[in-house]
Design a protein. Structure first.
Length: 259
């Protein structure tokens, strides 16, 4: 089948449940999705120059009779709601979410990131990427929509295929459940707390990060067992939330998981 052709639709493909679909854009993110969850791919859109680099993906689509289409940058921009689509978008079926209880139950060193009021999707994606790099089990996003925007997956650079992203209406119940599973709740603050590099960091930790402008809500801050501060020069008020996540997760990895 020639690149750009549209294979005949599988039975039932005409009826689409948009809430059961996600859009993933970006070359690394789409490659990771294909390698980790190929069975969930529904449709592929890509630019002409990516036919060869993603020839194996198109071949798999042809074998499974899945539609794919060569498109211009403008169509990809509309589809992904981003100019930074990198020439490809995969529409995939949403994976059944794992219960948070199951994620927390496994024994051994573990860390989970909990985001309170972090609304910038670029920051969310960067944190998911960092969480995957440092072996976090999950990123819990307070108030997350049913479907994360494509930019989160692109910025995560494939990290979303290795870390569970869990939506939570509110964080306090999540933190209480994590504590029952043996996790210590570690809030972060730029205005006081135990210096990160001298603190006694637990091997099972939930790292709670708030929005840069307002920080953590009082009810979330009160739910913490310990408050951590990232020491620095003091020349700026605080780190970007994604940078703060990277520093804390790197320290957890260094102490508890580094080979």
């Amino acid at each position: 089948m020639k690149p750009g052709a549209r294979p005949s639709r599988p039975p039932g493909a005409a009826t689409r449940n948009r809430d059961a679909e996600i859009k993933v854009c970006g070359r690394h993110a789409c490659r990771a999705l294909f390698e980790r969850r190929a069975a969930r791919i529904l449709r592929v859109y890509l630019s002409k120059d990516l036919v060869k680099p993603f020839g194996d993906l198109l071949h798999a689509c042809a074998e499974r009779r899945l539609p794919y289409k060569l498109v211009e940058a403008e169509e990809l921009e509309k589809l992904t709601e981003s100019r930074h689509h990198e020439g490809i978008c995969i529409v995939a079926a949403v994976a059944p979410p794992r219960a948070l209880t199951e994620i927390l139950a496994a024994p051994g060193p573990a860390w989970v990131v909990a985001l309170a009021g972090v609304e910038n999707p670029h920051n969310t994606g960067a944190i998911v990427r960092t969480a995957a790099h440092f072996g976090a089990r999950a990123v819990v996003v307070e108030g997350a929509p049913k479907r994360l925007p494509p930019v989160v997956y692109r910025t995560a650079q494939g990290g979303a295929e290795w870390v569970e992203v869990v939506a939570a209406p509110a964080l306090p119940p999540v933190l209480a459940e994590a504590r029952r599973a043996g996790f210590t709740i570690c809030a972060t603050s730029s205005r006081g707390g135990t210096p990160l590099f001298t603190a006694e960091l637990p091997a099972r930790a939930v790292v709670v990060l708030g929005a840069e402008d307002v920080g953590l809500a009082p009810e979330v801050a009160r739910a913490a067992d310990v408050t951590l501060e990232i020491p620095g020069s003091g020349h700026v008020e605080s780190l970007n939330v994604a940078a703060a996540a990277a520093v804390v997760l790197a320290e957890l990895w260094r102490r508890h998981a580094r080979p």
